[in-house]
Design a protein around this ligand. Structure first.
Ligand code: IPE
Ligand code: IPE
Ligand code: MG
Length: 299
């Protein structure tokens, strides 16, 4: 029996889903699933039961997303701070994660056929390594090529680089903070904070969050577009300044020969692209090595 695909929407849910789908839909939604322990307390059940129902709610939410045509979902399952909880609770959460996510991974292959992508992010101690590597490599790169280091390069260095930024981020339980989750990637996302506790999350809560995204869609889109435009402009200005300097070194007047300028500009862009690819490949190798070592240690 499938963990995600079983169960369809009721008639009324389907009706509302169709209305919502007539508007702009988020392609990528991120969830901070918060409030499991408060839920357990409220319902007078064991804490572990709250976490278990939280995982089951994730399965149900993924199903709603699938029905709504949302193909990409990222969830925050565990933060580095959560290691400070009691050993019993951390072990319980890890057991649940092992059970439920292995089921999810089994289904991933099947879901891929429907163009669905699920990413589970934990705030494991991978970040310090990333940042160390990134800074060390960037320092080497900036020695000669300051222009290479840009916001777009930083984007490409993140684990999330092969996926678009979330359009919508939802946090439940009334907490109004991101707790270090996707800080860079959500700078132009619609942030929705809902008071419902995660195990009680409903299809209607999801619809409400999507409606809020739709109400803010134009402003979000405008902000994103102008940010991308500004980035392009900045890169162009830096390249122009580099070419001007080069032309001056070659003895041309500051505006130089326009054909020579164009050729230099093209060469400068192509060479930068090559250096960046090399840098990203090296970073990828370091990450693969790190993961391999991590698996060997934990095996
Ligand atoms: C979120 O619920 C799940 C995890 C952090 C693993 P909590 O466990 O934080 O529950 P509350 O927020 O204390 O109610
Ligand atoms: C962290 O949850 C985010 C997750 C749901 C995994 P917490 O409930 O521990 O959040 P903070 O640390 O209080 O912000
Ligand atoms: Mg919490």
């Amino acid at each position: 029996m499938s963990w995600i695909r079983e169960g369809e929407l009721t008639i009324i849910e389907r009706f509302c889903a169709n209305i919502i789908k007539a508007g702009p839909m988020p392609k990528h939604v991120a969830f901070i699933m918060d409030g499991n322990r408060r839920y357990a307390q409220k319902c007078h059940v064991e804490r572990q039961q709250g976490h278990s129902q939280g995982f089951d709610k994730l399965a149900q939410t993924l199903r709603w997303c699938l029905n709504l045509g949302i193909r990409e979902v990222t969830v925050y399952a565990f933060s580095i701070e959560n290691f400070k909880r009691s050993k019993e609770e951390v072990d319980g959460l890890m057991d649940l994660a092992r059970q439920k996510f292995s089921r999810l991974l089994e289904e991933q292959e099947n879901l891929k056929k429907h163009g669905v992508c699920i990413r589970v992010l934990g705030d494991l101690p991978l970040l310090p390594l990333d940042i160390q590597e990134l800074i060390a490599q960037a320092v080497m790169a900036t020695r000669n090529y300051n222009n290479d280091v840009s916001e777009s390069l930083l984007d490409k260095c993140l684990y999330t680089s092969n996926s678009p930024d979330p359009d919508l981020l939802i946090r439940t339980s009334g907490e109004v903070r991101l707790s270090d989750f996707l800080l860079w990637q959500t700078s132009h996302s619609c942030l929705v904070f809902q008071s419902v506790l995660w195990p009680e999350y409903s299809f209607w809560n999801l619809c409400e969050a999507i409606l809020r995204f739709q109400m803010n869609y134009n402003a979000l889109q405008k902000a994103r577009d102008s940010y991308m435009e500004e980035r392009k402009q900045q890169q162009m200005e830096r390249d122009q300044a580099y070419v001007t300097k080069k032309l001056q070194q070659e003895g041309f007047a500051s505006h130089g020969d326009s054909r020579r300028r164009r050729t230099l500009l093209q060469k400068c862009t192509a060479m930068r692209e090559e250096r960046i690819q090399g840098f990203l490949q090296a970073l990828e190798h370091k990450r693969a090595d790190f993961f391999e070592r991590l698996c060997t240690v934990s095996a």
